[in-house]
Structures are given as C-alpha cells and as structure tokens.
Design a protein around this ligand. Structure first.
Ligand code: PLP
Length: 341
C-alpha cells in the first residue's frame, strides 16, 4: 500500500505557510521578525509552531520518536485533519463503527464526506469482516474507537489487526480512554508495523487536562509530517503548551482510584433491580441499561447529578452513560440510586 497515493493531490502539492520561527529558530537575539509586541508578558511571543519541547516530553512518556507525534487542539483537530488530508469532498468515503463517539460523523459531514456506519455486534464487539464488507473503492478512512465511547469496551485486538492488514486505507484508532484499560491494550507500539495506522490519544481524560485542549496523534513520519503541513501554524498556544509540560507527570494515583471506583460502581449498580445491564467497561465511565432512562435521568438531575442520556442512539436503547466521579461523588450517586424506585 502506498500511503503517499492516499493523500489528496492538492495536499501532496501544498506549500505550507512558513512562520517567522520556521525561518529563524535560534533562541538568542532581538526578535524583530514576527510583528509581535516586544514587551515581555510571558505571552507576547508566538508559540513554537512545532511544539518541540512538548513532543520531546511526550516521546519520553510514550516511547515513540517525536517525529511520529502530532499535537492538536483536542483530538477533534486530528480527526478533522484526517478528512482534509485523505478525503476529497463529495467523492471519498469513510467508515465508522456504531455506536461510537459522535465527532467522526460531524467531521465527515463538515468535510462533505459520506460516513458509512457499521453496527457493532449486540455486545458491542467489533467484527472485522463487517467493516471490510462495507469498504468500497472510495473508502479512505476507517474510524475505530477502543475503548469505545459510549459502550466502554475494548475492541478485539485481532479484529483491529485484521482491518489494518486487509483495508488499503487509513485506520484511525481512537484510544482516548486507553489509560483506563489493562496495560498492553494500546496499539501505539504498532505504528512502526502498520504504516496505515493512526492512533489518537488525548490529555483530556486520564491526564486530567480537558480544559487545555491537547489531543495527540501517533503515526508514521509521512502521515505526521503531512498533518503538520496542513494544520494551522500556531495550533497549540503558549498557555496550553506550558500547562501540559508542567502537568505531564505521573497519573498513576488518580488512575488507580478511578479504576477501583469504576469496579465499585459496577458492583453496586448490578445490585439495583431497575438497572438491567451494566456493560463491561475498560474506560472511566459505565454504560447502563434501565427500563425508563428518561425518568431516571430526570430524577438524577433533580438531585443534582448529571449523567449522559444515550438512549436515543441506535444500539444504546434504554442506556445512560455514567462517568466515574470522585469516591465522594460516587457514594452520593449510589445513595440517590438507593432512594430511587
Ligand atoms: C472517543 C473520544 N475521542 C476523543 C474525545 C475528545 O477528546 P479531546 O478532548 O482530546 O478533543 C472524546 C471525548 O469525549 C472521546 O470520547
């Protein structure tokens, strides 16, 4: 498979914007080249368009080369870039699993790309065969999400690999929740084996930095350098960069609490007879099926607890999605559920 030939011709031929910092990147001197305000406030200068120090830190943490890392304004920037780089509007197609994270569909619609949704099996399992059957000559992208939102489960590794091997296009594997899953579940190390694999991760979940908007993509140097050529030059601002660097240390203690609280909630939820199913979760949320989702949702709102009503999504009928909170928040939720009938 030639990845180069999957890239839209206008993107292959793109001459990217060259910033002042691209033309001179030394760090000593009097900068009169970028039309900035010269008075130092800590934010008067443009950020590094290549996010070098951030990528070095991420490379250490993730064990991949900085040249295989893209940093974006949330995962959504990387998702949008996939369409802009690989899909000709109103010609090419993409596939996603269903149910899944809603942004793939929105980004496809914005880019005028047909998105074919392939239903997961009853227990939210991935069938590589079904994905491959949906592929047409126009299919450029397949979006998989593992652990999947809103179902919470990891997708089967062997089915993901089959899609990677047999689909001659780009496989975007969204691992936003991977830190909550068992170690060894990530496909990150496989970016060196599969040149068509793009792994998405984020600082918004386990790393606790949803507010700074920092999404990560990992892929071959060809794909990452193409993403860098297409992105806005200064897509990561000075504040996001700084806060990320200050906070990219261990997440283990919070992770341990969240995972053990997930298990506590799972066990406690199954004791309530109005909760029909608690789906297995490898993420920081639980999908539950109840008889009257709206009634329970409203009752929780009345008591000050907001969960996500997913009951109108195909495949999630009757389902609410509950994020794992702090131990105190979870105890309060359980107390309120105990009062519900
Ligand atoms: C599967 C998945 N991917 C990505 C995101 C968004 O991540 P970010 O905050 O990096 O844009 C979410 C957010 O809910 C998600 O569920």
């Amino acid at each position: 498979m030639k990845i180069e030939s999957l890239i839209r011709e206008n993107i292959r031929n793109l001459a990217p914007y060259s910033t002042a910092r691209d033309e001179y990147s030394g760090n000593l001197g009097i900068y009169l080249d970028a039309n900035e305000n010269p008075f130092d406030s800590g934010i008067n200068r443009y950020p590094d368009p290549h996010q070098r120090s951030l990528k070095e830190r991420l490379a250490q943490i993730k064990g991949v080369s900085p040249s295989m890392i893209f940093t974006g304004n949330g995962s959504d920037e990387a998702i949008d870039l996939m369409f802009r780089i690989f899909c000709t509007p109103s010609v090419d197609e993409a596939i996603s699993i269903a149910p899944t994270y809603g942004m793939y569909k929105v980004a496809a619609a914005i880019n005028d790309v047909k998105l074919v949704e392939v239903a997961l099996d009853e227990d939210f399992a991935l069938s590589a065969a079904k994905i491959l059957e949906a592929v047409t000559a126009q299919t450029k992208l397949v979006f998989l999400c593992s652990p999947n939102n809103p179902s919470g489960n990891l997708l089967s590794g062997s089915d993901i690999e089959r899609v990677l091997r047999e689909f001659h296009g780009i496989v975007v594997l969204d691992e936003a929740y991977i830190d909550f899953a068992a170690q060894g579940s990530s496909f990150l190390s496989k970016i060196v084996d599969y040149e068509n694999l793009v792994v998405l991760q984020t600082l918004s979940k386990a790393w606790g930095m949803a507010g700074i908007r920092l999404g990560l993509a990992f892929a071959s140097e060809l794909i990452i350098s193409t993403m860098n050529r297409v992105k806005y030059p200064y897509n990561i601002n000075v504040l996001t960069n700084r806060v990320a660097l200050e906070n990219l240390y261990s997440i283990d203690s919070q992770l341990t609490v969240i995972v053990s609280e997930r298990e506590r909630l799972r066990q406690e939820f199954s004791k309530f007879d109005f909760i029909k199913t608690v789906f297995p979760s490898d993420a920081n949320f639980l999908l539950i099926k109840v008889e009257e989702p709206r009634k329970l949702y409203d009752r929780l709102i009345d008591r000050g607890v907001i969960v996500r009503d997913r009951s109108r999504i195909a495949g999630c009928e009757g389902c609410l999605r509950v994020t794992v909170g702090t131990p105190e928040e979870n105890s309060k939720l359980l107390e309120i559920l105990g009062d519900y009938q």
